[in-house]
Each structure stands twice: as C-alpha cells, then as structure tokens.
Ligand binder design. Structure first.
Ligand code: 4AD
Ligand code: MG
Length: 458
C-alpha cells in the first residue's frame, strides 16, 4: 500500500508541504461539528498524531461517517498543510476505511490505567503509553548492539535449551517431550528416555557458553531471552526477560566496572538523543524529573562501595529494616533502596560480596571470604547489572563447585576453558527490562514487555 509514514511527514515536513500525500493509521480520537470533522490519526511510527481535517462539503459523508469511531483503520489522501495549532495537518480529499472498529473496542477513553491495560495486552500497543514504551525499548536495543559493535565485540547466539545451570540456584524451567509414566523407577531413567536423553531446561543465562566463545574470540556479547522460574512476584521480576551478557578476556573486575559504566552512559545518551518525545511523555506520565535524572546520570561518575562498607552504611543508617543487616546477609530490596535512593542518590556499584551468597564462577579474592563481583544498583529499580571477574584458576573453580555440591562431570566443557590456556576474564549481565524501567520511569516490569510472563500468568 503506497503511503507515507507520519513520522516522515513531521521530520521532513518542508518536502511534503502543500503536496498531496497518502497516510494510513488508526483513529485515536475524533471530534465532529456541523461543517467539519477532526480526526487524530496515529500510525505507530511516532508519538505524534496527524490531525485530519474533513470538510463535509468536500468529502462524501458515506466515507466520513464510519471513520468517526475510535480504533478505525484508515487510508487517507489529502494535502499536507501548515496549521496554527498543530504545526501541520492533513486537509482530507479521500478516505478509505481499511477496518471498521465497533463500539465495544476497549480503548475508548484518552487515559486508561496500567492495571486495566494489563488485561488487554494484545491491544496495549495501540495506546500512546505503550507506543512510547516500545519505541524506547527499540532504541535501547539498537544502542546496545551499536555500542558493542563499535567496540569490537562479536555478537554470539548462545543456546536457549541447556543441560547445565549457570546460576546454580536451580530455578529453571524444565523442557520435556514426554509425560510422566509410572514405569520409570527413577528420575534418571525418566530423563534418559526424554528427547535429549538427559534433563533439559531453558537457560537462565548465556554466560557459560559466552565464556567458551570469548575464550577464542576475545570479546563477545549475547543478547537474547533467558528464563527464571523463581516465584518472585515483584514489580521487577519476569519469568522471561531479555538478557545482555558481554564477556571479555584479559579483563579484571576494575576494568569491567569501567566498561559497564561507559556502556550504561552510552546507551542512555542514545535514548536521550533519539527519543525526546517519548522521554518528555514519561517525564509527565511516569516519573517527574526523568529527563534531568538521565542527564545527570550520563554526566556524573557512578558511586562505588564495597559490600563490607555498604553493610556499615546500613548499620549506621538508624533505620529499622524488615530484614536485619549483618555481614554475610544478602542485600534485600529495602537495603538496595536505602543505598541508592537515600544514601548515594545515584547508581552505585557494590563490590566484593561474600562468596557464600554469590555464584560459583566468581573469582575468590585474596581474603578467601569475598569474591570479585559487583552489582550495579540504581534508584527506583534496584539491581540492573550482575557482574564479576571469573575464577580463572582450575583448582579454585573446582573447589567452589564442589563446595556447592555441583556435579563436576556436567561441566567438563566449562572446566576445559580453565585447563587449556586459562586467562583472566570478566563479564556482566544486564536485564533489558530493568534498564528500560530505569530509563522510562515505568514502575512495573509487566508494563515494559509485550506479553509479560510472571508467576501464574502466561
Ligand atoms: O544477577 P544475574 O542473575 O547474573 C547472571 O545471570 C550472570 N550470569 C550475568 C553475567 O555475569 N553474565 O542476572 C543479571 C541481570 C540482573 O542484574 C537483572 O538486571 C536481570 O539480569 N534479571 C532479571 N530481570 C528481570 N526478571 C528477572 N527475574 C531477572 N533476573 C535477573
Ligand atoms: Mg544478580
């Protein structure tokens, strides 16, 4: 269907001024009076609507009437002219109805609550709110690929079906093609008979395979869906989320922290530059002061604090937390909130966590108690990055796995990376939805995914 995008009309308006153009889109709102009708048309290419002006003497009423219904799909021809109120508008010559929209279309009002919109995920992309969410999601994704591409990383596609558990928490979705059958005497027998001849799951992280690739290619990143079966029914946990995981050889914790900071600032900078309308919208509708916050983030250093110092700060805060703080405890949301929102008031890297609360693959520090790991915490969202230098020493790695009762025989490929030409290397994982929440101010992860998957909701 030959037509011009509404975004193109607004960005190259001089080229189209007073020309006859064809646009397609959906009716967002309309007004009708005796002599003229007005329609706000949106085609999804930009947040702005194009105002259609229909002179009832010039356009056949049979064409106009069905067009005056919210949600109707139209193909309209007319002249693109300047307008005092809207900048530009389309003086309509001809309307073709592509798809009528009956009055039980649920999006009749101008503003709907996010709770209501969650009940109609298939129609949400037709609202201004979700058009803005998905525009920023798109821009962030592009900025991420651009950053790594420009810095010489290779994009790796790591498997989604896996036989190993990267995070060791056991919260994985099982993948099977066979029903349970009482003839199986043990789990082992049952899995042996399954599609892969072994227990298979959806991956929680592409890291282990990413390390394998980096060990030959030097610098790689993955960007794909990962899955967590934890029963965390919170505004920031999804069972399926998009995960960005760079892995870099010849790189220690301090260097990866600098890379992570540069990367976060770069992708936020791209969104600031390329999504001004969307950010202005979120500044008004989701988080007051959002644009100033993002500008401050890209132009200031992130804070850095060790876990041990963070515990001290929390103990001296004078606050009563639901989860008591002591050295060795995992930091809970309330602790992360205090650190980022009240103490540092900006993104903070918490480094050198106790080994016992972190994953097996993290490099043990010289103190024998802590690991060379960091989480990047940000106000409002909490952890957006989990990062570490990896344990490069074969014997220390085996010891860490044995301590966690991990079956070494299931990780022989991984252990070979330490056996054959092991090198210091580091990597991190960024949740796309988490950074998207931070950049838009959208408070619930369910509102930055097309079809959010959470406990009890598919
Ligand atoms: O801290 P995590 O579990 O670290 C890893 O998976 C490492 N293998 C990463 C690496 O070093 N390559 O997860 C990394 C990030 C978190 O900081 C968070 O942003 C996101 O993934 N994340 C989730 N996002 C949404 N819903 C969930 N359930 C998430 N779990 C983790
Ligand atoms: Mg983590």
């Amino acid at each position: 269907m030959k037509h011009t995008d509404i975004k193109e009309l607004f960005t190259s308006s001089a080229k189209y001024l007073n020309e006859c153009v064809t646009v397609c889109g959906w009716v967002r709102t309309w007004r009708d009076s005796k002599a003229v009708s007005f329609i706000e048309l949106n085609d999804g290419t930009c947040l702005k609507n194009l105002q259609l002006v229909i002179d009832k003497n010039a356009v056949d009423e049979a064409q106009t009437k069905p067009a005056l219904a919210t949600g109707t799909a139209l193909c309209v021809k007319g002249s693109f002219i300047p307008s005092e109120r809207n900048g530009f508008e389309l003086l309509v010559k001809n309307i073709e109805i592509l798809g009528e929209c009956p009055t039980d279309y649920p999006l009749q009002k101008k503003h709907h609550t996010l709770d209501f919109l969650r009940t109609i995920p298939h129609l949400r992309p037709r609202t201004r709110y979700f058009e803005a969410v998905f525009a920023v999601r798109n821009e962030l994704s592009y900025a991420i690929h651009k950053y790594f591409h420009e810095h010489g990383y290779k994009y790796m596609h790591t498997p989604i079906l896996t036989g190993s558990d990267c995070e060791g928490a056991g919260e994985m979705f099982r993948v099977t093609t066979q029903p349970w059958n009482a003839k199986y005497k043990s789990e082992g027998e049952y899995y042996a008979d399954d599609f892969f001849g072994a227990k298979a799951s959806l991956t929680v992280s592409g890291q282990l395979e990413g390390e394998v690739a980096a060990m030959g290619l030097g610098k790689i990143y993955t960007f794909g869906p990962t899955f967590r079966a934890e029963h965390s029914n919170t505004p920031r946990h999804a069972a399926e989320f998009w995960h960005i995981e760079p892995e870099i050889c010849f790189c220690d914790l301090h260097e990866i922290i600098d890379i992570a900071e540069d990367f976060i600032k770069s992708i936020i900078g791209d969104v600031l530059k390329n999504c001004p309308d969307e950010l202005a919208f979120f500044d008004e509708r989701a988080e007051k002061g959002l644009i100033d916050k993002l500008k401050t983030v890209v132009s200031h250093d992130f804070a850095k604090v060790t876990y041990t110092e963070a515990v001290d700060i929390l103990l001296k805060s004078g606050k009563t937390f639901n989860y008591p703080v002591e050295w060795g405890c995992d930091l809970q949301t309330e602790h992360e909130k205090y650190l980022t929102e009240e103490h540092f008031k900006k993104p903070v890297f918490v480094t050198d966590y106790p080994a016992a609360i972190k994953s097996f693959y993290m490099k043990l520090n010289a103190d024998g108690k802590t690991v060379a790991a960091t989480d990047l915490l940000v106000p409002g969202v909490g952890e957006i990055i989990g990062c570490s230098e990896r344990e490069a020493d074969l014997e220390k790695l085996k010891a860490a796995m044995t301590k966690r009762n991990m079956p070494l025989e299931a990780y022989t490929d991984y252990l070979d990376t330490r056996k054959f030409g092991s090198v210091p290397h580091s990597g991190f994982g960024l949740g796309l939805e988490r950074i998207l929440m931070y950049v838009t101010g959208v408070a619930n992860i369910r509102d930055v995914l097309l079809y959010p998957r959470t406990v009890g909701s598919l």
